[in-house]
Write a protein that binds this ligand. Structure first.
Ligand code: ADP
Ligand code: ADP
Length: 225
């Protein structure tokens, strides 16, 4: 049974269909990258999986259960956004702990998980700071830490490195790979950057005009014709 299963997922805005029946199974521990030009429907697809957009038609299953109508908090997923979406008035620790607080996780367990993630992401020195006192790369690490501490079944990434400069983008790409190996995460990762997709993907979905044009291992997808 696939950890995440999309069966003929569609999205229509008014009379315009922007996602045309996408089917995809993501296995446990698999890192799937959706790549394609701006406007092809990547982020709409990801937002439907996250529960931030309604699904017009099709079946979405997480851990074998249909979740089409479930709230984002009840889907066993965590999403990392391009703009970090950190709470400016909270410290790094509080930002990372927030989701666990809402889920009523015991304080000692919150403390343990946040410190563990902070160590993994080299954020220990910054736990008492606020987001505005951090660099872009550090903010993106906090956003990742906030997802990691929840131990979700599926991680969703929406162009997480797009706001970083080129050098940091390379560095963060390597860090995400290290995290993949360390945690064995199951992920759906959206980017328009082909190098990023090639580096991170176990499998790639190449989208164009709302269709999945190709699905396969990076070398299969980019093999010379
Ligand atoms: P991508 O993430 O690949 O850049 P999007 O998923 O953001 O693409 O958008 C796919 C298409 O859907 C685009 O043509 C976009 O204009 C359209 N779209 C996205 N959101 C809405 C909306 N709320 N209402 C109408 N059209 C939308
Ligand atoms: P990005 O590709 O960086 O996510 P977009 O321009 O696609 O940025 O989308 C920004 C926001 O505007 C999203 O919430 C999207 O749903 C909405 N949006 C995009 N295209 C349209 C559209 N044609 N009509 C209405 N809302 C749209």
């Amino acid at each position: 049974m696939a950890t995440l299963s999309l069966e003929n997922i569609r999205k229509t805005y008014g009379k315009t269909e922007v996602v045309h029946g996408i089917s995809l199974d993501v296995e446990e521990g698999e890192f799937v990258v959706i790549v394609g030009p701006s406007g092809c429907g990547k982020s709409t697809l990801l937002r439907m999986v996250a529960g931030l957009e309604t699904i017009t038609a099709g079946e979405l299953r997480i851990g074998g259960e249909r979740v089409n109508e479930r709230e984002p908090m009840d889907r066993d997923i965590a999403m990392v956004f391009q703009n970090y979406a950190l709470y400016p008035h909270m410290t790094v620790f509080e930002n990372m702990a927030y989701g666990l607080r809402i889920a009523r996780t015991p304080r000692a367990e919150i403390d343990r998980r946040v410190r563990q993630a902070a160590e993994m992401l080299q954020l220990e020195p910054y736990l008492a700071r606020r987001p505005r006192e951090l660099s872009g790369g550090q903010r993106q690490r906090v956003a990742m830490g906030r997802a990691i501490v929840r131990k979700p079944r599926v991680f969703l990434f929406d162009e997480p490195l797009s706001n970083l400069d080129a050098k940091l983008r390379v560095q963060m790409r390597l860090e995400i790979r290290a995290l993949q190996r360390e945690l064995g995460v199951t992920a759906l990762y959206v980017t328009h950057d082909q190098v990023e997709a090639m580096t991170l993907a176990d499998r790639m979905v190449v989208m164009n005009g709302g269709h999945a044009e190709q699905i396969g291992a990076p070398l299969e997808v980019y093999r010379a014709p």
